[in-house]
Write a protein that binds this ligand. Structure first.
Ligand SMILES: *Cc1c(COP(=O)(O)O)cnc(C)c1O
Length: 481
């Protein structure tokens, strides 16, 4: 069933390289520093190695192969040209310990990207020091904490987080030393103001929200929420990982938010996944800029300088420069005129899918959605959301996000993004309708899916309890496959 593993191709003395004899005198390493047994590596020819890894790579699924409608943490549009630009030698080879004088170009890019994001969001300034969205959240919450401490207000130990929030929100709050207080959502998916009011007192440091929220619904009462928080002396934190839904159309600062992060690696042209590199750029209103983590970049007399104004520092140097360069390229290539079309097409595409599938999949929230739509499983209930997701693999699609958000038991969260053609969306819709019909006529085919992939339905529990992660584990468990 499996292709041979690299160790199974191994033949003694077969090697994939040949080097000329060294002209340098051999250096003897101390005996106590060398291995006592030789390294157990596969001996294979160059062709075997190349073919083996090429075959493996083809078994992966990526956005270059097909539609990837993963809700919430989606793969958005990542133009290849921006990778090329970020890879130019003068960018790639710059060293963080270089002088300000020899780093002016990159400092200008940081400065200008901050200015453009400030224009997009209404914030005053951005820091690119955090390496990920969750890191940005932690940084923003540290700023929130410092703001209250600077005012001598030490009682504010709680952060309010809606029950629809991304898991990183309560996690970052807890990591920053806050007590997390959950606020319930209403049936339409938005924060319940009546449930929020009784939570507000002088121990609340702030609220963390995303808008549109993780159900893809715009919090239409945000101005009322902001007013309540402000009257309570609390700050509002905006999780901007969903910014593509409102890009160029609405500004978080005008909704009343004080601090925010943006996932440059979701919305601004860096692929998300595989653990990085990312950038959780943190932006704040003017009154908080001096708390942005050190170092900040200032422009004086035509020259960029690093300045330190804050008690906070969140990374060794200046974050992931290549991600900032790609964001700068992306924003400039769209321009002020076109940036809003990202949001408009993302929202249009999500609503097109919502309306096309609502006779087959339960739609718990029928309002206009933003960039993503959440169904609550098949109307027929003949198969689960997991079955539908596994069956999609047979048809060559990456499944949408499933069982998140937790508000619905059979959540199926689809985010089509802005760049997919109508034909791609139509084929995907047709496929999901076909699967709904299969569930009616022959549900077994769904229960046992996938059928065409190399690995069939996994036993999730066994995979977690007895993971097979090495070749030796594999050899010992070979018969169970
Ligand atoms: C992805 C995401 C995050 C976390 O970002 P990471 O870079 O994965 O740490 C936070 N909030 C929301 C809504 C997200 O989609």
């Amino acid at each position: 069933m499996y292709d041979k593993l690299i160790y199974e191709l191994s033949k003694p003395a077969r090697i994939a390289y040949s080097l000329p004899k060294s002209e340098v005198k051999e250096y003897k390493i101390d005996k106590d520093l060398t291995r006592s047994t030789s390294l157990d590596l596969a001996s294979v020819s160059e062709l075997d190695v190349v073919r083996h890894y090429t075959k493996l790579s083809l078994k992966n699924f990526g956005v270059d192969q097909g539609f990837y409608p993963l809700g919430s943490c989606t793969m958005k549009y990542n133009p290849k040209i921006n990778e090329e630009i970020a890879n130019l030698p003068n960018f790639k080879n710059i060293h963080p310990l270089q002088s300000e004088d020899s780093s002016q170009g990159l400092m200008q890019i940081y400065y200008e990207t901050s200015k453009m994001l400030a224009e997009i969001t209404g914030m005053a300034e951005f820091s690119f020091n955090p390496f990920a969205g969750a890191h940005g959240e932690l940084t923003g919450l540290m700023i929130m904490k410092q703001y209250h401490l600077n005012r001598g207000d030490t009682k504010r130990t709680k952060v309010i987080v809606p029950d629809s929030a991304h898991g990183t929100n309560p996690a970052s709050s807890a990591l920053c030393g806050f007590e997390v207080v959950q606020v319930a959502s209403k049936a339409n998916g938005t924060v319940d103001i009546e449930a929020l009011k009784p939570l507000l007192d002088d121990t609340v440091a702030g609220i963390m929200m995303t808008n549109p929220n993780t159900v893809g619904i715009f919090e239409s009462e945000i101005l009322e929420i902001a007013k309540l928080m402000r009257e309570n002396g609390s700050l509002l934190y905006y999780d901007g990982a969903n910014l593509n839904a409102i890009l160029g159309v609405a500004k978080p600062a005008l909704m009343g938010f004080d601090i925010m992060h943006i996932n440059l690696h979701k919305t601004f042209s860096t692929p998300h996944g595989g653990g990085g590199p990312g950038s959780g750029a943190v932006g704040v209103k003017a009154s908080l800029v001096d708390l942005l983590p050190n170092p900040r970049i200032k422009l004086e007399n035509g020259k960029y300088h690093f300045v330190s104004t804050s008690p906070l520092r969140v990374s060794g140097f200046y974050g992931n420069a290549n991600v900032v360069i790609k964001a700068w390229c992306y924003i400039l290539s769209l321009g002020k005129e076109n940036i809003a079309s990202v949001a408009k097409y993302a929202v249009l595409n999500a609503n097109y899918i919502k309306e096309s599938l609502k006779d087959y999949y339960k739609l718990p929230i029928a309002n206009i959605c933003k960039h993503e739509v959440v169904f609550d499983g098949l109307i027929s209930e003949k198969a689960t959301t997991l079955d539908v997701a596994k069956r999609l693999l047979d048809y060559g699609y990456h499944p949408p996000t499933i069982y998140f958000p937790l508000l619905f038991h059979q959540a199926l969260m689809i985010e089509p993004t802005e760049n997919e053609s109508k034909e791609t969306l139509d084929e995907f819709i047709e496929c999901l309708i076909k699967i709904a019909k299969e569930a009616e006529e022959n549900p077994e085919i769904l229960h046992n899916a996938p059928h065409t992939t190399i690995v069939k339905r996994l036993d999730d529990v066994l995979a977690a309890r007895r993971p097979i992660l090495t070749y030796k584990d594999y050899l010992q468990n070979k018969d169970t496959f």
